[in-house]
Design a protein around this ligand. Structure first.
Ligand code: SF4
Ligand code: FES
Length: 204
């Protein structure tokens, strides 16, 4: 089927304003949006910039807004966002981060906040001679929180950041929850210095 990918294009280095540019191409309904972007980049317009690496939903580098929703381009099929011949699929960069070029954003602020969650235990009790046993059920408590791939899609979609750019963001809270639940499950009397000082007041 023929679809039109309407892509946000901007080159801040040259001072240009952002604009949408349309590319019509034939894609299978089961092709991924990432396949379309690669085809445009290789065959139609080599100046298009976007990130991707694994192409299998693991690295988190190709998060972007597709028809107004944050998605991974490698996990979004054409049939997920286009039904009919000639349908237009609008693709934009993530929000709350500066556009570096076209669909690429500068994720520094996202990672700075994410890394402000300290990923280690600060025990308040005596050091034990043996390991702290954890049951599979206790491990399951924070299983979902271990699956974050740092794509920053949630950071883009977060409505709190619309009003408060200093908010630490959902992914950093997920990371904090992971450590809190882990410490609870191994029954450590510990405290968690969950965020760096500048974000400490802005967790909730
Ligand atoms: S928590 Fe946020 S950054 Fe992590 S995988 Fe989910 S959407 Fe991506
Ligand atoms: S390219 Fe790695 S998650 Fe899509």
């Amino acid at each position: 089927m023929n679809v039109v990918l309407e892509l946000y294009r901007q080159d801040p280095a040259s001072g240009g304003e952002g604009e949408f540019k349309s590319y019509e191409l034939a894609l299978e309904p089961t092709d991924r949006i990432l396949d379309g972007l690669i085809r445009i980049s290789r065959d139609m317009d080599g100046s298009l910039s976007f990130r991707k690496s694994c192409a299998h939903g693991v690295c988190g580098s190709d998060a972007m807004r597709i028809n107004g929703k944050e998605r991974l381009a490698c996990k979004t099929l054409v049939q997920d966002v286009a039904e009919n011949e000639g349908d237009v699929v609008r693709i934009e960069p993530l929000r709350h981060m500066t556009v570096q070029r076209d669909l690429m954003v500068d994720q520094q602020v996202f990672f700075e906040k994410f890394r402000s969650v300290k990923p280690f235990l600060i025990p308040q009790d005596e050091v034990q001679e043996k390991e702290r046993i954890q049951s599979p059920e206790e491990r399951a408590l924070f299983d979902e929180a271990t699956k974050c791939i740092n794509c920053s899609a949630c950071y883009s979609a977060c409505p709190v950041l619309d009003d408060n750019p200093d908010f630490i963001g959902p992914a950093a809270i997920v990371a904090a929850a992971r450590y809190v639940l882990r410490y609870m499950s191994i029954r450590v009397n510990s405290y968690l210095v969950s965020t760096a000082y500048r974000y400490r007041q802005k967790l909730w």
